[in-house]
Design a protein around this ligand. Sequence first.
Ligand SMILES: C[S@@+](CC[C@H](N)C(=O)[O-])C[C@H]1O[C@@H](n2cnc3c(N)ncnc32)[C@H](O)[C@@H]1O
Length: 286
Amino acid sequence: MTETHPKVPMAGVALTAIGVAVIRAKESVRTDRLYDDPFAQLFVDAARDAYREVEGGLERWARLEEVADMFFEGRTVGVRLVDDRVAEAVEQGIRQIVLIGAGLDTRAFRLALPADIRVFEIDLPELFAFKEPILAAAHAKPRCDRAVLAIDLREDWAKLLREHGFRPDLPTHWVDEGVLGYLTHEHALHVVTTLTELSAPGSRFGVSRFAVDEDARPYAELERLVRGDEGADRPRTDLGADARTWLDEHGWHTEFHSWDDMVAALDRPVASGDPDIGVVMAVREA
Ligand SMILES: C[S@@+](CC[C@H](N)C(=O)[O-])C[C@H]1O[C@@H](n2cnc3c(N)ncnc32)[C@H](O)[C@@H]1O
């Protein structure tokens, strides 16, 4: 391994962030790209180099790329939809963005965000131990204020957020792009309860409603990569089907947007044909 990437996640949930970087790198070189993430390839190259150094690493890397490919079409469109939601929030005057389970996301660097925006990235310490040295080696400069919170979402991240200057009296745009699904229902609910308490009126949050067939090959392969073979017995996680009801009962105004409506303009073959798949979009009421 080189000095710029001393700790690459090779197992566990932080590894999933590398898979999404593989997806963003692949999207970024397309002529019809939906977004351009110039840092994704840096993360991918650094991770691949590190995997090469360990026994069985190349075979593991090949599996990681294979799984990323299986998820590519839907996931890459998802990145663009989140980009659009962030831009919309900024346009509406929101100045705080919190990415829970930020992974190797680089929106603070790659989106045209005004300088007075504050982006808070929350993820596990092992993730940032990989991410930050690579951004530093690339002399990457965020377009806005960026705070890195290396903490497990099962711990007291609200306190850390405040210590980093988060203002609960200002509206916030919260982004969950694939982390709640890695938490048990109890922990996911705790995260959403906490962010609800921190949300001033006008804050925004979205909860995806997917049809996840955990026995389908992409999900089964992802599980094995992240947790090893015992992962097959993992209990179902995230907020569950009643997320919208919970949000409605806790001071959020919700609207459901179907996936097929949201992707219609993007000219990619990702329609689900299922009107119940989509995102519950929530705005905090006064
Ligand atoms: C599928 S990745 C998505 C990353 C990023 N949102 C993206 O779209 O590229 C899930 C992320 O959740 C993070 N994560 C999982 N469990 C976590 C926890 N308990 N606390 C903090 N982060 C966690 C992982 O480290 C990983 O970066």
